[in-house]
Design a protein around this ligand. Structure first.
Ligand code: SAH
Length: 241
């Protein structure tokens, strides 16, 4: 089934952009996912097609109007059971587990903010889920939406072929990924670790797990603590699978 995405933006010409090449682009061309980028400005009603206005209470910049944005959402005619996301630095930071949920579900509607953001009332009235890309401020939601979509699309069935599950990657088990190597066997005097050339799959797997754990502990104590907690909660007599 095609994973359908509807993006509401003031800059529809930015799409599919980078999502039109490589893995995502091929998947788009072959119909594994579909994209509709809709111009919020088409829902403006006044003579000047204005979509924004000055912030109530004063201050710098402009705010996207609730009525215009609500009209754009309603006109997109997106089924109510599809996720409705608003890219926003105030949202819950995007995680791989949320990406997996989104990829497994019906494709989302994604609202891209601009200027100082959007009128609070439309977030409430249209039940938009605010999603953040991280603790920094972009000038618009488009690049954030593309990053979210890229992360989802590579997980869609058929997009990555044999790699489809992404099961071995960073975050899939709460750990960062182990270091990767490929040819040449020696690079500027640095050899590939012997174990990886040993052909002993059990020892390779053990080495990779140990490396992933050491990396996670050193670089991301927050992830390490969460992974340790998850391990504790798991009943002792069950195995992963
Ligand atoms: N004044 C706002 C920032 C607005 S930036 C504030 O301080 O919260 C303009 C738009 O860019 C936002 O409406 C949002 O859609 C997008 N954006 C900016 N940073 C983002 C981030 N970290 N994650 C997701 N979207 C972001």
């Amino acid at each position: 089934m095609t994973w359908r995405v509807t993006v509401l933006t003031l800059f529809p010409e930015m799409f599919p952009g980078p999502l039109g090449v490589s893995l995502a682009g091929k998947a788009l061309a072959s119909g594994l996912w579909a994209l509709e980028a809709r111009d919020i400005r088409h829902s403006a009603t006044d003579r000047h097609r204005s979509v924004d206005d000055t912030p109530a209470g004063g201050g710098l910049g402009m705010v996207l109007r609730a009525d215009v944005l609500a009209a754009a959402i309603d006109a997109s005619d997106v089924a109510p059971d599809r996720p409705r996301l608003l890219m926003s630095p105030r949202g819950r930071p995007l995680t791989q587990s949320r990406v997996m949920e989104l990829a497994a579900g019906l494709g989302p509607l994604i609202v891209c903010g601009r200027f100082e953001g959007v009128d609070q009332r439309v977030i409430e009235a249209r039940r938009l889920e605010e999603v953040s890309l991280g603790d920094y401020v972009l000038s618009g939601g488009e690049i954030a939406a593309m990053a979210l979509l890229d992360a989802c699309i590579r997980l869609l069935p058929g997009v990555m072929g044999k790699l489809a599950s992404g099961a071995d990657e960073s975050f899939s088990d709460g750990l960062l990924e182990y270091p990767q190597y490929t040819r040449p066997q020696a690079f500027e005097g640095r050899p590939i670790p012997d174990i990886l050339l040993s052909g002993d799959h059990a020892r390779v797997a053990a080495w990779r797990l140990a490396e992933a754990e050491a990396l996670t502990k050193a670089r991301r104590p927050d992830l390490w603590a969460a992974a340790a907690k998850a391990r504790q909660k798991r009943p002792k007599n069950t195995t992963d699978g």
